[in-house]
Design a protein around this ligand. Structure first.
Ligand SMILES: NC(=O)C1=CN([C@@H]2O[C@H](COP(=O)(O)OP(=O)(O)OC[C@H]3O[C@@H](n4cnc5c(N)ncnc54)[C@H](O)[C@@H]3O)[C@@H](O)[C@H]2O)C=CC1
Ligand SMILES: O=C([O-])CC(=O)C(=O)O
Length: 328
């Protein structure tokens, strides 16, 4: 008789931890596993919940034909030696709220989750998803003690994908022939760039009139809000999980994809000491380079207005965290 071991330890060399097993986190775990990218450890504070999701995803392995193992846990020790840690823990917004309204609650969650995860995976690359995204990425960087190029926020890939899909819907052209670029903070002040958004290499400014482009830009800026209003009980998660998994894949497999992501600027675009959305080359070292586009005065000014709003919110979040630390 041939004997096989019945235990399935997480032993593959590539491991991604996803903190927060809610809508975005669990869908991301599914995407990573079903694309065969890495083993996944899914962690949440709710007892039993990440374990149940992991078991459910594991039972689909034979059907989806992948070899990745998925573990659910409430214990950070189980996340040890992860190559990538993704933070999705925190509350989503409800109709009528802005992402900035989540700052008070999510700042503490993100700081604690980052510290605990990085203590067990000091060589990981950290991707932040929790909102308000640019502020949370800054706080996570400070809490992690990691070099700034190893900390990245997910927003630009999603915002660009939304702009891309709205252009495809408007013109009826194949989505794979459309490339879009959205810079800036993940909020109402984000900066979609029509001059750098093309259909088979032709800028959309040569294909659509200004009024149509402005309408699509407005819809892109409100892309998350439109879904929150429709769903009433939370926000988007399919496209956010797809966007995050693209970043995870580029990092794990050193693909050097050039995509907009929230990265630390040290003089690029005349901005310093801020995390904000810019085109980045993502590979095994994290942000391998930041691409400086040649912006018009109006585009650069829009990016600076968005950055100023992020900067004010970071200051507010730091003051809030300091006040909480003094009370405790
Ligand atoms: N950057 C982006 O483009 C996007 C950001 N988001 C943000 O991602 C976050 C998560 O969204 P959803 O998954 O829809 O929310 P959700 O409510 O479905 O899931 C959040 C999960 O975090 C867990 N959690 C809370 N505190 C925790 C802690 N201290 N440690 C570990 N887990 C904890 C909760 O138990 C819950 O399971 C929200 O802040 C949302 O606004 C969502 C979509 C896109
Ligand atoms: O809108 C939200 O609150 C979630 C999010 O960031 C998005 O879908 O862009």
């Amino acid at each position: 008789m041939i004997k096989f071991s019945s235990s399935l330890p997480l032993c593959a060399s590539t491991r991604v931890t996803v903190i927060g097993a809610g809508k975005v986190g669990s869908t991301l775990a599914q995407r990573i596993a079903e694309k065969n990218l890495a083993d996944v450890v899914l962690l949440d504070i709710v007892a039993g919940m990440p374990q149940g999701i992991a078991l459910d995803l594991t039972q689909a392995r034979g059907l989806e034909q992948h070899d990745c193992q998925i573990m659910g846990t409430n214990d950070y020790a189980d996340t040890a030696n992860s190559d990538v840690v993704v933070i999705t823990a925190g509350i989503p917004r409800k109709p009528g709220m802005t992402r900035d309204d989540l700052m008070r609650t999510n700042a503490q969650i993100v700081v604690e989750a980052t510290q605990r995860a990085i203590a067990h995976s000091p060589h990981a690359i950290l991707i932040v998803v929790t909102n308000p995204l640019d502020v949370m990425t800054y706080l996570a960087w400070q809490a992690s003690g990691l070099k700034s190029d190893r900390v990245i926020g997910m927003a630009g890939v999603l915002d660009s994908a939304r702009f891309q899909s709205f252009i495809a819907m408007e013109l009826g052209v194949a989505i794979k022939d459309i490339t879009t670029t959205v810079l800036g903070g993940h909020g109402d002040l984000m900066v979609p760039l029509p001059r750098y958004s093309t259909i088979s290499g032709v800028p959309i400014t040569e294909i659509m009139d200004t009024e149509t482009i402005e309408r699509l830009i407005k819809r892109t800026r409100n892309g998350g809000g439109e879904i929150v209003e429709l769903m009433r009980t939370g926000g988007a998660y399919f496209a956010p999980a797809s966007a995050t998994s693209l970043m995870v894949e580029s990092i794990l497999y050193s693909q050097s994809r050039v995509v907009p992501a929230c990265a630390y600027l040290q003089g690029e675009y005349d901005l310093k000491d801020i995390f904000i959305g810019v085109p980045c080359r993502l590979g095994c070292a994290g942000v391998e380079s930041i691409v400086e586009l040649n912006l018009t005065e109006a585009e650069l000014s829009a990016l600076h207005i968005s950055a100023e709003s992020v900067r004010q919110n970071v200051l507010q979040a730091k003051e809030m965290l300091a006040a909480v630390a003094n009370v405790n």
